[in-house]
Design a protein. Structure first.
Length: 152
């Protein structure tokens, strides 16, 4: 076998090498000032995710799957799972602004008012779930038309 068949195109290898170089540079810069604090934060975040958050959202996912599965509609789980995951991600990003813990810092950094992040997050969450419900209704209707025989 020729080496070209084992490796393939050189572009993915070049891209992988560049990503490793960028990650190494970022790691050196990040760990230069307070390497212990950064390492402690990373370990704490991993433990919080694995020991607290993962069981919580696994239990919530099982509850949704069980609730929808009882009616024979397990394929509907994704229509709840996706908007819930996107909403949780937005909550994670906006949590300091929603709780008001960084109001003064946000205002001084951006010149904007930090008010309204809770209302925006709730509105975006409602839109995500409404769009998901609309998509489910459209797909269910289309599937129902395909299953029903045409009556003339």
């Amino acid at each position: 076998m020729r080496p070209r068949n084992l490796v393939g195109s050189p572009f993915p290898l070049l891209l992988l090498a560049a990503s490793f170089a960028l990650a190494a540079y970022a790691g050196v810069r990040l760990l230069a000032d307070d390497w212990f604090g950064v390492a402690l934060w990373l370990v704490g975040a991993a433990l919080l995710h694995d020991l607290v958050l993962l069981p919580l959202y696994a239990a919530a996912d099982r509850a949704v799957a069980g609730g929808l599965g009882a009616a024979g509609r397990r394929e509907w789980v994704m229509y709840v799972r996706v908007p819930a995951a996107l909403s949780a991600l937005l909550l994670l990003v906006w949590f300091p602004l929603i709780t008001g813990t960084v109001d003064r810092r946000y205002r001084s950094a951006t010149g904007l008012s930090p008010d309204g992040f809770l209302a925006r997050w709730l509105l975006i969450t409602a839109v995500l779930f409404a769009a998901s419900a609309l998509l489910l209704a459209l797909r269910s209707r289309r599937a129902g038309k395909r299953r029903s025989p045409a009556v003339h």
